[in-house]
Design a protein around this ligand. Structure first.
Ligand SMILES: Nc1ncnc2c1ncn2[C@@H]1O[C@H](COP(=O)(O)OP(=O)(O)OP(=O)(O)O)[C@@H](O)[C@H]1O
Ligand SMILES: O=P(O)(O)OC[C@H]1O[C@H](OP(=O)(O)OP(=O)(O)O)[C@H](O)[C@@H]1O
Ligand SMILES: [Mg+2]
Length: 282
């Protein structure tokens, strides 16, 4: 039975459960459940604090975990990223009151408050800057107003929390993060149950990113049409009863679907339809 760690709270929890559900796995019915077995899929899910997941996975007691890239790096645990999942995207940055600092070199001798001490201490050391780090559990933006630190390092998504606290980012972004699947460093990459789990999640990612497009076009326009809709490997082209016409079917990125439909129409394609993909194995 594959043992998988899933975030039990916070920004990662809801989208992770939703993705697992879309991939055909049973998920817990209420937020107090800490562990469930999905016998049909031979998987056991453990609902753990996102910050602890890399530690459990590195211990080898759990095969796989879903966490944030920033949390994995911050933990220093012996685990590695095997699949990015595209949600809980954020950037990790320094911020302060305007005019406090322009770059990391200005942090020398100052105090930085953060919930990600591992990332910040590592980044300061790599940059050769000697600054103190204060660990706070959350709501780090308030640390400056209350005099605990002059600078913070925190997760930024829309920037609303920083703006509300009258703070501005400075310096280069420290790292970009998103939800990821992790396993113990060096664990068997070919393990069939792990591979099947990853294929299911990849299927969800493809289904979320692509739509299926169908249209009819004149044979003379086929090359131009296929250039607009090359598909992932190659589009399917079928003859129509009306001579001189073909039907074409290809996957296209959902974000580009409307533009591609306009371009296809402009070269004479008709009956252009898009449909959602619910599941996929590439
Ligand atoms: N506003 C946000 N937008 C996108 N991702 C975020 C946001 N806040 C946190 N994250 C990401 O979520 C993960 C942190 O999850 P965690 O549950 O520890 O914190 P949280 O979502 O801030 O919840 P909590 O309410 O417990 O502080 C990290 O990978 C982080 O990059
Ligand atoms: O750029 P934004 O869109 O404002 O998002 C970033 C904020 O979201 C998270 O905070 P959360 O609400 O989880 O509170 P926390 O600081 O207590 O973790 C993070 O720690 C930032 O404060
Ligand atoms: Mg938070």
């Amino acid at each position: 039975m594959l043992r998988i760690a899933v975030p039990n709270k916070g920004s990662l929890s809801g989208p992770a459960a939703e993705m697992l559900h879309e991939a055909g796995y049973q998920q817990r019915r209420e937020s107090k459940e800490l562990r469930i077995v999905d016998p049909g899929n031979e998987v056991e899910f453990f609902y753990l604090r996102p910050r602890d997941i890399a530690i459990y996975v590195s211990s080898g007691r759990l095969d796989i975990g879903i966490t944030g890239r920033d949390l994995l790096i911050d933990s220093g645990a012996d685990a590695e990223e095997i699949l990015p999942l595209g949600f809980a995207r954020s950037t990790f940055r320094f911020a302060a009151k305007p005019g406090t600092a322009n770059g990391i070199e200005d942090l020398k001798g100052r105090t930085v408050a953060t919930s990600y001490e591992g990332i910040v201490a590592g980044h300061l050391a790599d940059s050769g800057v000697d600054a103190s780090v204060v660990h706070l559990d959350g709501a780090v933006e308030t640390a400056i107003e209350l005099g605990v630190a002059e600078v913070i390092a925190d997760v930024v998504e829309t920037g609303t929390s920083l703006r509300n606290a009258g703070l501005e980012v400075f310096g280069e972004p420290i790292m970009k993060s998103e939800a990821i699947v992790i396993r113990r460093t060096g664990a068997d990459a070919e393990e069939p149950k792990v591979q099947q789990f990853l294929r299911r999640l990849q299927g969800v990612l493809v289904a979320r990113t692509y739509v299926m497009m169908d249209y009819d076009c004149r044979v003379e326009q086929l090359e131009k049409a296929v250039a607009l809709t090359p598909g992932l490997e190659s589009p399917t082209v079928s003859p129509l009863h009306n001579e001189g016409w073909v039907a074409v079917r290809a996957m296209v990125p959902s974000k580009e679907a409307q533009r591609i439909m306009d371009d296809l129409y402009a070269i004479g394609a008709r009956a252009i339809l898009t449909t959602a993909i619910h599941a996929c194995r590439l």
